[in-house]
Design a protein around this ligand. Structure first.
Ligand code: M6R
Length: 600
């Protein structure tokens, strides 16, 4: 979702800001802009569409040592040049970029801006206009900034320029991620360290309701009361090469191929010196002390949660409920006496999940976050964190983070079971090794997946994924992958549920991808395939070695039956990738989607 960058120092800021915005492209956006400041004033450039279009619009002759930039994912007002950030107050003295949602912007408009003509439909413009009113009433800029922030309800990450003070960027944050980066003769602002890794790897995390006065040689953090806060920087442990595509045409393909490596890395990270799997004892104790676990997640992470429930219940014998984060607050279940919450989130920034975390912490419950991003909001605010160690995931469609989530959930369940003295009946280190090798074999079979994509998805407008038991959950993920990047309407169903309604949609040639990796339901799912074939469906059965029949289109290598989701998802990821490619879709940045969904 929206991204922010800022730079102040002795270099020209234009290119640094544009490069930073390019690094944030993966988050999803529909317009972009920068504002740069020099002795002549503030110059704003913004465009609807890609950064490349913005780049063309920027006056390359300008030299400016301070600036802010933004990628916008529309929430208030259509994607357009007018609604793109930065936004300026009427006098053009103040220029501001903002991520998040100001929930009370209409009230603010009614109360403070009755005589001000707004140029855009955004909640953001209201913020900068209100601030200007306070300055006009005689407040110092910093005081006006603080007063404006104290009126805002909702979420914000803000960077602001004042034309009369070319030495300062004003920064603030509440519920939306924002970092300040430190350099020798400059300082930067970024909603993601990745954006400014080009100039620094030293960052300071900001907490909610803090403001920061960023100058080229100093960074001063204050709370809304104006008191100064001291905080040490940390080193962003990101390798710049991790965020490059290398020779791959798309990040998604690179990330699919990285999955075997990620499996090995996870085993390494969670292995103790004696080779056994290990997890922070506090986390294991929290698991053992819970009478019920509540998994909270969205999208792909929710699908991982559904599989994780099976791992935890089957291995560690603790009951688990899995909830979609955006629904939890309205449909909150009656909690057990000793609940434990597990938040699964690749980005660690999903606003829907964060809202639940804030709520359950207020209720006094313990929470674990499973995330790919150390230092992310969900990680900081939970009691414990389990990292995915998958490396940056840039493509909007989640692939390696999903399989990493499954592996970490399996390790969590396994270590908890061992600590409870339960015999799980498998050596998980060995099984994950087999999984990594099988993933490699699957990634080597890309031509087969491409051929399937051609055969099934060149012209179809819809597709169904069916499965039973574990395969049902993987089918849901397969359907999400296909729809989000190829725009084919795709739905996942439990094999047995089809005849209760959905089978009415099966027509001549409708693709039905059926997963058949679970021995105890193998005959039943094959029965479901026969039912759809009898109504004209074009079936594609993906089975597992040992369960295969002649009608199967692809046979997966044999792995431990409980762990099949770790490999059965890979053909579905690849098929979706090729389907999107053949349909000329923007694979890494699908329309309307954002990588990090930071608004509720
Ligand atoms: O960062 P998170 O895991 O919390 O994100 C949740 C969903 O937004 C995410 O999984 C989304 O569904 C992906 N684009 C799916 O590929």
């Amino acid at each position: 979702m929206c991204g922010i960058v800022g730079f102040i120092g002795q270099k020209d800021s234009k290119e640094i800001l544009l490069k930073g915005l390019e690094k944030l492209e993966y988050r999803g956006y529909d317009s972009a802009g920068i504002a740069v400041m020099n002795d002549e004033g503030v110059h704003v450039f913004k465009e609807k569409g890609r950064i490349a279009t913005l780049r063309e619009a920027v006056d390359q002759r300008l030299f400016a040592t301070a600036g802010i930039g933004h990628t916008r994912w529309a929430t208030h007002g259509v994607p357009s040049k007018v609604n793109a950030h930065p936004h300026q107050a009427t006098s053009e003295r103040f220029t501001l970029v903002h991520n998040g949602v100001i929930e009370n912007y209409t009230q603010l408009k009614d109360e403070y801006l009755q005589n001000v003509e707004l140029k855009s439909d955004t909640d953001t413009e209201v913020v900068v206009q209100v601030l200007e009113q306070f300055v006009k009433q005689g407040l110092e800029v910093e005081e006006a900034f603080r007063k404006t922030l104290s009126l805002l309800k909702g979420s914000y990450a803000i960077a602001m320029l004042d034309e009369q003070n070319s030495e300062t960027i004003y920064v603030a944050k509440n519920k939306s991620p924002l970092l300040v980066g430190l350099g020798d003769t400059f300082n930067v602002v970024a909603s993601d360290a990745m954006a400014m890794l080009q100039v620094t790897d030293q960052y300071i995390e900001l907490m909610d309701k803090e403001i920061v006065i960023v100058k080229k040689e100093s960074v001063t953090i204050k709370n809304l009361a104006g008191e100064t806060i001291n905080r040490d920087p940390y080193t962003a442990e990101l390798d710049a090469s991790d965020i490059e595509k290398g020779t791959y045409p798309h990040y998604m393909l690179k990330e699919i191929d990285e999955q075997p490596l990620v499996m090995r890395k996870i085993v390494q990270e969670y292995q103790s010196d004696n080779g056994t799997l290990t997890i922070d004892p506090c986390i294991v104790e929290a698991m053992k002390g819970a009478d019920r676990i509540y998994i909270i997640a969205a999208g792909t992470s929710y699908h991982a949660g559904l599989v994780g429930k099976q791992f935890i219940e089957k291995m560690a014998h603790i009951p688990v409920e899995v909830h979609i984060s955006s629904e939890f607050s309205y449909n909150m279940p009656l909690l057990s006496e000793k609940p434990l919450f597990i938040f699964i989130s690749q980005s660690g920034e999903t606003a829907d999940s964060r809202a639940v975390l804030v709520h359950v912490k207020e209720m006094g419950h313990k929470a674990i976050t499973i995330t790919n991003v150390p230092g992310s909001t969900l990680s900081r605010e939970a009691d414990y964190t389990l990292l995915l160690h998958a490396g940056p995931e840039i493509a909007v469609a989640s692939t390696k983070a999903y399989t990493a989530q499954l592996a970490v959930l399996a390790i969590l369940a396994y270590v908890t079971a061992e600590s409870k003295g339960i015999m799980v009946g498998m050596d998980l280190v060995k099984e994950l090794g087999i999984i990594a090798n099988s993933m490699e074999a699957l990634c080597d079979d890309k031509e087969v997946m491409e051929a399937i994509a051609w055969e099934y998805f060149t012209t179809t407008r819809n597709c169904f994924f069916i499965g039973r038991a574990m395969d049902f959950f993987v089918g849901l993920e397969g359907a999400l992958k296909l729809k989000e990047i190829s725009y084919i309407q795709a739905e996942g169903f439990a094999g047995g549920e089809l005849k209760h309604g959905t089978i009415a949609l099966i027509e001549e040639g409708t693709p039905v991808i059926a997963l058949a990796t679970q021995e105890h339901v193998n005959l039943s799912i094959r029965g479901n395939v026969k039912e759809v074939v009898a109504r004209g469906a074009h079936p594609c059965i993906i089975s597992m070695k040992g369960l295969e029949t002649e009608e199967d289109r692809y046979v997966l290598p044999a792995v431990n039956e409980m762990l099949t989701p770790l490999i059965s998802v890979i053909p579905l990821q690849l098929i979706s990738y090729y389907a999107a490619l053949h349909r000329d879709c923007d694979v890494d940045k699908p329309r309307n989607l954002a990588k990090s969904v930071t608004v509720e």
